[in-house]
Design a protein around this ligand. Structure first.
Ligand SMILES: [Zn+2]
Length: 247
């Protein structure tokens, strides 16, 4: 698989995927792009077994948009629209996943009583740069938590905005668990969402999903700024012929 390495804003095409990035905690490796997902490219040719070579931590989805993926400490979990949580096996394919070997570079206490907007504002104050992607892990307790998972999509696929109009949503209380995710800068907005994007898994592995809102109680936040970003581009007709970057 061809491997495009984005370094200091210069796109370099590497000949062998993985060779330059093995177990480097300062590298985020992403398969496909947000624009490709927005265009409805929901079937990837990448397995989570392959993606796990690029990290022990990450978020993503599954072919046909069939669930949310949250991974940390080297294990990967799937939350589907029926609310079932299962461990991801290496053969399962993804159209979009973002991995890193997580490093607890910056650690601070999770403030209590924050909703998602207030938490995002607080996290922004801990960014070391407005221009460098960051991986984030939160372990803690949450008085309230709203999470969601997309519906399994049928072909022909709708664009992401329409596909996500109807999702499974769960309103939870008194949660204890882990959030894994990323923040990307605005200038990489075609690659990944320039927001604090968090996926959750409860400690008892019973519930999880993409975090929509929350009320924090207590816990720990760890940030891992990552100056290197590797983008693995899908190798197929649907990606090669897609209209990406359209307004
Ligand atoms: Zn998500």
């Amino acid at each position: 698989m061809a491997n495009a390495l984005l370094r200091s804003g210069i796109l370099i095409v590497a000949l062998s995927a993985g060779a330059a990035v093995a177990h480097d905690p300062d590298v985020i490796t992403q398969y496909s792009t947000l624009d490709a997902l927005k265009a409805g490219l929901y079937d990837g040719d990448m397995t989570y077994g392959e993606m796990s070579e690029y990290g022990d931590f990450g978020v993503g989805t599954f072919n046909a948009l069939d669930g949310e993926m949250v991974g940390f400490d080297g294990r990967y979990w799937r939350i589907t629209e029926d609310g079932v949580v299962s461990e991801v096996t290496p053969d399962i394919e993804t159209p979009f996943a973002v991995m890193t070997f997580f490093d607890h570079d910056i650690t601070f206490d999770l403030p209590a009583g924050l909703d998602f907007k207030a938490l995002s504002d607080e996290l922004n104050t801990h960014l070391t740069s407005a221009n460098t992607p960051v991986a984030i892990m939160i372990t803690g307790t949450f008085d309230t938590l709203t999470v969601r998972a997309p519906r399994h999509q049928e072909k022909p696929y709708l664009p992401l905005g329409e596909a996500l109009a109807d999702q499974a949503v769960w309103h939870l209380t008194n949660q204890t668990g882990t959030m894994a995710g990323y923040w990307f800068p605005d200038w990489l907005g075609n690659i990944n969402a320039p927001v604090w994007h968090l996926h959750y898994l409860s400690d008892d592995h019973s519930v999880g999903g993409h975090v929509v809102d929350l009320t924090t109680d207590s816990g720990t936040v760890s940030l891992d700024p990552s100056p290197d970003l590797t983008i693995l581009l899908p190798q197929g007709v649907s990606f090669n012929e897609a209209e990406l970057g359209a307004p």
